[in-house]
Each structure stands twice: as structure tokens, then as C-alpha cells.
Design a protein around this ligand. Structure first.
Ligand code: GTP
Ligand code: MG
Length: 324
């Protein structure tokens, strides 16, 4: 099954290789953000038709492009085969890796949430390093696409963390493709046009830090909520589709709000409502402990038990006792 996918990837390398479409259609596809065959494989018929592509042509190209991506009906035993393509990215912190069953999976959405200063952005900085490690070291041998909505990305901090993982400070920044998103719309458009960047830079991790901040500040009040959730849904769908198409890990960070019904333990909840809750496959809550200690708690996972992991933020990055 996965060998078939590799064959088709070889056969249909670019949109121009797809049978039955001409230059005009190719241009339209590119305009609406499908510049690679892999991302086209995750397109919906509606997206193409509303861009003015004939229904029959649209159906046909999507069907062909899908052969390069693992999305179709599969038998259970084939599913096991397909899941073999899924990789795990080390966080560089042993206790957190254990909590996550080995690391951050590719093809699904992993959300880290917690209050200000809990270390979400610090972890994102560290992942910019670990994704570049070879597979034997727990990396994905690739680069990162970093979408920053709060202007908190600091290249110097990545360079400070890199040597611990055997990567030279002067080399590590070459593996980072950075984009600052100024509005929620900009954030959405950046992802919609990211497929070529992902392919050409061998991106294996996409980070959105933080996913909700623009949505939260721009859509205010109940009247705007439905619209916000619709835009958010679209954005998260695009993210997961890119993850499937290119076998990348997907990491988003999120803020928290106090929950009025908190009585015993859950005093805070991630923002973003049900849409975000349904789309995030794994959710990890980070809370502050004493000094620079942090406790990560797995609060949602498709396959792993809930659990906690102690860790620390130091000048070396995020680490646990086992890392010494
Ligand atoms: P918000 O984005 O505001 O919601 O917070 P966040 O969860 O992204 O927090 P962030 O990752 O920015 O964590 C900030 C924490 O990391 C602060 O407590 C800093 O003191 C700590 N920190 C950052 N750099 C260093 C460092 O070089 N050494 C140590 N020991 N701590 C650091
Ligand atoms: Mg942050």
C-alpha cells in the first residue's frame, strides 16, 4: 500500500504531470493554494468548483492526486501498514516523550496549552532543533515551518538550545522557515499557500504559536462567534490536511481561560471551544510548578493513558532529570 503511494508520487511529481488538465486549470489550482500534487490530494470538490474549475475535471484531478496521499477506504490490515508511515518527533525532554508514547506523531494535531510563561513557546523553540535531528536520534531529518502570531520567536534562543543536541548554532537557523502572522486572516492565508514551501524545504514540522490569539482578539462577542469558529475550522482543517499530505508533525499552542464550573481540579480550559477540541488529537496542559519546574499533563489522546510529566526550563531548553 505505502509502496503504491511512493510509485504514484514518483509518477505525478508536479501538477503538470497530472493527466487531463491544461495550463489554465493548473494556474487556477495554484491561485487557490494547490501548488503541489500532495496538497491537491486533500482538496475538496467544492474548493475547486468554486474556483471555476469544471466539476468533471475537478473530480478527476482530485482522484488522481489522491493516489499520492494515503486517503481512501482501507482495510484494517492496510491501515496498520499506513500507520507505519507515521513518525514520532522527540521533544528533547525524556519525561515528555514518555508521556507522549515516544514523541509527537506526524499526521495529527498536537496542542500544548497553558497560562502565560508556562513554556509553550520555549518548547516550540526546542522542537525547531529536534526536528532537524536524524531519525536514529528521534528527529525527522527535516525543517520546521514556524508561524508566529505573537512575535515571540527568538532565533538566538534556538541557537542557545542547539548545541545540546549536537547541532551547531550557525547551522540550526537554516532549518527554520519563519512567518509572522499579523491577523487571523493572514495566518489562514499563510497556511493556504504553504504547500510548495513545505515540499521545497523538506518541512517535517509545522508550528502555530499561538493558534487562537488573533481569532480571540478579532472576533468579539457572541454575534461573531459562529463566524470565528467557521474560520478556525477551515484553518485547522488545512493544517491537518497538510500534515497528512506531507507526513509532518503539527504543533499548535493555545491559551487558557478560567472555567466557571471549576470546583476541584480543572480551574482552566483551553480556548477555542469544541472545534479546537475535536481537531486536536492530543492535548497537553502545561502548568507551572515551583522555581522553573513545569508539569505537563496529557489531557486527551487517541491511544495513550492520561498522565503527567515533570520538566524544567533551563538555559539548555526544556529537560527532565532523565536527560542527564
Ligand atoms: P505565553 O505565550 O505568554 O502564553 O507563554 P508561554 O507558555 O509561551 O511561555 P514561554 O514559553 O515564553 O515561557 C517563558 C518562560 O521560560 C519564562 O518563565 C522564562 O523565565 C523561561 N525561560 C525562557 N528562556 C529561559 C532561559 O534561557 N533560561 C531559563 N532558565 N528560563 C527561561
Ligand atoms: Mg508563548
Amino acid at each position: 500500500m505505502s509502496e503504491d503511494i511512493e510509485n504514484y508520487k514518483e509518477k505525478y511529481k508536479t501538477l503538470e504531470d497530472l493527466p487531463g488538465i491544461g495550463p489554465a486549470t493548473i494556474n487556477k489550482l495554484k491561485e487557490i493554494g494547490f501548488k503541489t500534487v500532495e496538497s491537491l490530494g486533500t482538496a475538496t470538490l467544492n474548493e475547486l468548483v468554486s474556483a471555476g474549475i469544471g466539476k468533471e475535471v475537478a473530480e478527476k484531478v482530485i482522484e488522481t492526486a489522491r493516489k499520492t496521499v494515503a486517503i481512501t477506504f482501507v482495510r484494517g490490515d492496510e491501515l496498520v501498514e499506513l500507520r507505519k508511515n507515521i513518525r514520532k518527533l522527540t521533544t528533547g525532554c525524556s519525561s515528555l516523550d514518555n508521556l507522549l508514547g515516544g514523541g509527537i506523531e506526524t499526521q495529527s494535531l498536537t496542542e500544548f496549552y497553558g497560562e502565560f510563561g508556562s513554556g509553550k513557546s520555549q518548547l516550540c523553540h526546542q522542537l525547531c532543533v529536534t526536528v532537524q535531528l536524524g531519525e536514529t536520534q528521534g528527529g525527522l531529518n527535516g525543517s520546521v515551518l514556524y508561524i508566529d502570531t505573537e512575535s515571540t520567536f527568538r532565533p538566538k534562543r534556538v541557537q542557545q538550545i542547539a548545541p545540546r543536541f549536537g547541532i551547531k548554532p550557525k547551522d540550526v537557523l537554516k532549518g527554520i522557515v519563519y512567518a509572522e502572522a499579523y491577523t487571523s486572516n493572514h495566518q489562514t492565508v499563510l497556511l493556504e499557500n504553504a504547500d510548495e514551501v513545505i515540499r521545497d524545504n523538506n518541512i517535517k514540522l509545522i508550528i502555530v504559536d499561538s493558534v487562537m490569539s488573533h481569532f480571540r482578539s478579532e472576533y468579539i462577542g457572541r454575534e461573531m462567534l459562529a463566524n470565528r469558529q467557521q474560520q478556525l475550522n477551515k484553518h485547522l482543517h488545512k493544517l491537518t490536511r497538510l500534515g497528512r499530505a506531507f507526513n509532518t508533525s503539527l504543533v499548535i499552542t493555545n491559551q487558557v481561560m478560567a472555567t466557571p464550573d471549576a470546583f476541584f481540579s480543572k480551574a482552566v480550559a483551553p480556548v477555542g471551544g469544541h472545534i479546537l477540541g475535536h481537531m486536536s488529537h492530543s492535548r497537553i496542559f502545561i502548568r507551572k510548578g515551583r522555581n522553573n519546574m513545569r508539569i505537563a499533563k496529557l489531557t486527551a489522546s487517541p491511544s495513550l493513558p492520561e498522565g503527567e510529566a515533570p520538566m524544567r526550563i533551563t538555559e539548555r531548553g526544556i529537560e527532565s532529570d532523565e536527560d542527564y
